[in-house]
Design a protein around this ligand. Structure first.
Ligand code: M6R
Length: 615
């Protein structure tokens, strides 16, 4: 939530910053702003409500010179999205400007104290409080900008990644982080900072991920000093090489990122599987599990923590882990777990799933689980993000940057990794038969081809979407492994089309939702030929006999379902535990085309942000 970017060097900061804001716009798009510092000490701050394009349009003819600058794209937390609440926020004397991602929890107390000292406020943001506090400390203590930022941050409770510039200090950029990500990119006589590496990658692949409670002073000649906020001692510069290319961040001929990400799934699944299925498809090897063999061998319980689509993937993981590891498995919303006073022991393995690796609730759940002695395993996509750095071990899904706000390729990657995790841990525990491992592992290797096959449904789904674009409500039903697929299908539709959709276990429908069924409300039923096939045929009959319209996701040649459903989308036959991967693709396409027909911005749906770094 919120993206920050900064530049100090020899080139015009504006160009780097605006391009960077476009890359970070997936993190929030309520408003955007930029502060540019010229060598003569002029500090120009520009802000605009809405998307980065609005900011750019508003800057035509304005002075955008300067080789030091900071910029921000906002997902509003404190105060409505408007120009006043947009960042950068400036201090009372207008000598300091700040951009901030996170929330200052004690901002009210700090604000009251500052008001006592004669400070007035023009915005409703917690960020303005922080910049005023820095100014106050600086004036009171007659200290350097660095000392003032550090001293102010020691008074702050909350989460932040910040970048601060000072009018009379055109050679210095100060950044700091606590619980919100911040990456420093090291160029030739220039330095970049950003919430993630995407604005940096086209200039340099040398980066430092700032750690929690670190503050950095970056000076013009690319000199970087990182210190501990707490004791002011210098930290070592841990420079890493990015494995990210600019092409991965572009639409590559597709209309939207979401469409690209749906169609990339055959190749992203290849990347996800690479090197993990060995011995000619007979075994699964995940290094994070193998290196912690004893933990998996002696585990007494698995608890998944996640949010949104990652939580849906966890429900599929639960079923697989139960079956293959013969362990009790629980799935918790990270936001509930963290405040639920959960009973956790050192025999528990807590598996945190997160595409971004930055979700605040999931991070907090991890800290809680660790504090109670659990072994914490991460399943993430973004390499080097906070969650993989805060877990004991883990597996990356390696599906490449997901930029569309709706999770698509990350979801199928997560499910794939969780199935591999269940097989690998099950083998260690001796709870899954070798022929089962072989059957599923070799089917996993065929999944990229299966997805290529499923994607041929694209024109059919596009036509189907025309029929249902103007429905006001949808019901999604599934059973067993595909109850979570139904939840995921419903979430996809509601988040990008704004149509109300509910996912339900098919058999639960008769306990309430069946009352909603009429000709106006389509029911999407995931009904592959699995162990619950006969049951779901009855569920379809129940919908049909009440006049409902059924769109069924079925296997090829399933005449029982074809006779009942109004429309069928056929998916290839795969082992039962893999059906969510193939079945979720037509659901992604259905949501996509309905949203496009409604004229929605599918990559940046209203009110949402890709990475939810606030509670
Ligand atoms: O980055 P995470 O996987 O932790 O994100 C969790 C949710 O915010 C995310 O899955 C969200 O629900 C997506 N918009 C779903 O498409």
């Amino acid at each position: 939530m919120c993206g920050i970017v900064g530049y100090i060097g020899k080139h015009k900061a504006y160009d780097v910053l605006v391009k960077g804001l476009h890359r970070l716009e997936y993190r929030g798009y309520d408003s955007a702003g930029i502060a540019l510092l010229k060598d003569d000490g002029t500090l120009n701050v520009y802000k605009a409500k809405g998307k980065v394009a609005n900011l750019e349009a508003s800057l035509s003819g304005k002075d955008v010179e300067g080789t030091l600058g900071i910029a921000h794209t906002r997902w509003a937390t404190h105060g409505e999205p408007n120009d006043m609440n947009a960042h950068p926020q400036v201090s009372q004397s207008r000598s300091l400007a700040i951009v901030h991602n996170g929330t200052i929890e004690n901002y009210n107390v700090l604000k009251e104290a500052l008001v006592q000292h004669g400070y007035t406020f023009t915005s409703e943001t917690d960020t303005e409080v922080l910049v005023q506090l820095i100014e106050y400390v600086k004036q009171e203590n007659r200290c350097s900008l660095f000392d003032a930022v550090r001293e102010a941050l020691l008074q702050v409770v909350g989460a932040y990644a910040i970048a601060v510039v000072e009018k009379d200090n055109p050679d210095t950029l100060i950044v700091a982080r606590k619980s919100s990500p911040l990456v420093i990119g090291i160029g030739q006589d220039e330095t970049f900072i950003a919430s993630d590496a995407t604005p940096i990658v086209e200039y340099t692949n040398q980066v430092i991920y700032l750690k929690d409670d670190e503050i950095a002073v970056i000076s013009r000649k690319a000199a970087i000093q990182i210190l501990s906020l707490e004791n002011n001692l210098p930290s070592q510069l841990n420079i890493q090489t990015l494995r990210l290319s600019v092409e991965q961040l572009e639409k590559g001929g597709y209309d939207t990122f979401m469409q690209k990400e749906i169609f990339e799934q055959p190749s992203t699944l290849c990347d996800c599987l690479r090197g993990r299925i060995v011995d000619g498809g007979e075994r699964v090897v995940l290094s994070g599990v193998i290196e912690n063999k004893e933990r998996f061998l002696h585990a007494e319980r698995i608890i998944f923590v996640a949010c949104g689509s990652s939580w849906h993937a966890a429900l599929i993981g639960k079923r697989a882990m139960q079956e293959m590891c013969q362990l009790p498995v629980e799935v918790e919303y990270a936001s509930e777990f963290r405040y639920g006073n959960p009973y956790i022991t050192d025999k528990d393995i807590v598996i945190a799933i997160s595409q971004s690796g930055e979700t605040a609730d999931t991070l907090a759940a991890i800290q809680l689980a660790k504090s109670k002695g659990a072994f914490v395993y991460g399943v993430c996509n973004v390499v080097g993000a906070s969650i993989p750095r805060n877990t004991d071990s883990g597996t990356y899904i390696h599906v490449g940057p997901e930029i569309g706000v709706a999770s698509t390729k990350a979801f199928t990657g997560q499910v794939t990794v969780l199935l591999m995790l269940a097989l690998c841990a099950g083998e260690i525990r001796g709870t899954v038969r070798p022929d089962t491992i072989k059957e599923i592992a070799s089917a996993l290797l065929r999944m990229p081809d299966m997805l290529t096959e499923v994607l041929k449904l694209d024109p059919v789904v596009s036509e189907l979407a025309k029929i249902f674009t103007y429905a006001h409500n949808f019901l999604y039903l599934g059973r067993g492994y595909n109850y979570p697929t139904a939840l995921e299908g419903a979430l996809k539709l509601k988040e990008i089309s704004y149509i109300h959709a509910e996912g339900y276990p098919a058999a639960e429908m008769k306990h309430g939702p069946i009352a909603l069924i009429d000709q106006e409300m389509p029911t999407v039923i995931i009904a592959p030929k699995d162990s619950l096939h006969d049951k779901i045929v009855s569920n379809i009959q129940q919908v049909k006999s009440r006049g409902g319209l059924v769109i069924a996701i079925t296997n090829k040649g399933d005449s029982a379902i074809a006779r009942l459903a109004n429309y069928c989308l056929e998916i290839p036959d795969v082992p039962e535990c893999l059906t969510p991967i193939v079945a979720s693709v037509p659901l992604q396409l259905l949501a996509y085309y309905i949203a496009i027909n409604k004229g929605r911005n599918v990559d940046q749906p209203r009110n949402l942000a890709k990475s939810v770094t606030v509670e």
